[in-house]
Ligand binder design. Structure first.
Ligand SMILES: C[S@@+](CC[C@H](N)C(=O)[O-])C[C@H]1O[C@@H](n2cnc3c(N)ncnc32)[C@H](O)[C@@H]1O
Length: 230
């Protein structure tokens, strides 16, 4: 038996739980994700620069941190969708003040079949979640459907094919193995160019992307707009 074998099962449980955090382990992972994704989320929101009055949907909202941060910038409705009932509850708790103001809706559901009306949001975000969607293109089409014409999309990931050409210590020790293993497990690991092309194929315009290849396992943020006539 290898020395790492006793660690493998707990690590596998954590990996599985990242794709759909549920129960007490899910709550712990939700808190850890809020910390781990804080700077990535803030970076994405800076690039997105949402209009002050925007109504916002966060897909794969997890523990609700992105909505909480967007709620400070945007005065419109805040909505979250996540397949995990544990994450739905965490998002409600993290956004109590928006809930009290009657501007919060959090629903259990999937990116592939958003429980939202057509043309209903000014901004749609998806942070650290697109890998887990069984069909990312379908999820992007759903994002396009629920955005108003002229509305903005931001997709951010911290594990991409854009990791540094000269890898950081974290990327050397951990990166390639983790990325390969995740891709082997069926996650969609993409580069900025690949995701931008996918977003363009879906029907978005004004597509641009930014990378921070030395952050985590390669930060990526793809930004796009729903055309006025769509
Ligand atoms: C790594 S967590 C990220 C959560 C949060 N966005 C953040 O940045 O902390 C991935 C999230 O994607 C959600 N997820 C998994 N499959 C999904 C799907 N098909 N549609 C929408 N969300 C999904 C999971 O339940 C989980 O909350």
């Amino acid at each position: 038996m290898s020395l790492t074998a006793p660690l493998r099962r707990p690590l596998e449980r954590i990996e599985t739980s990242l794709s759909r955090p549920t129960g007490p382990l899910g709550i712990a992972i939700g808190h850890a994700m809020s910390l781990q994704h804080y700077t990535l989320t803030a970076w994405c929101h800076r690039l997105l620069d949402p209009p002050a009055g925007a109504s916002v949907l966060d897909i794969g909202c997890g523990s609700g941190n992105a909505l909480r941060l967007l709620g400070r910038r945007c005065s419109g409705r805040l909505a979250g969708v996540d397949p995990s009932s544990t994450m739905v509850e965490m998002t409600r708790r993290a956004n109590r003040s928006a809930d009290r103001q009657d501007r919060l809706t959090v629903q259990q559901g999937s990116a592939l079949d958003l429980p939202c009306a057509d043309d209903s949001f000014d901004v749609v975000t998806a942070i650290e979640t697109l890998y887990f969607w069984p069909d990312p293109r379908r999820g992007l089409r759903e994002a396009l459907r629920v955005l108003r014409p002229g509305g903005r999309l931001a997709v951010a990931l911290e594990m991409t094919r854009d990791a540094a050409e000269v890898p950081t210590l974290l990327q050397r020790v951990f990166g390639a193995k983790f990325t390969q293993r995740s891709a082997g497990a069926g996650l969609s690991i993409v580069s900025g160019a690949e995701l931008a092309e996918m977003v363009g194929d879906t029907g978005f315009d004004r597509i641009r992307f930014a990378v921070e290849p030395r952050r985590s396992l390669g930060w990526l943020c793809v930004l796009a707009r729903k055309p006025d006539r769509c």
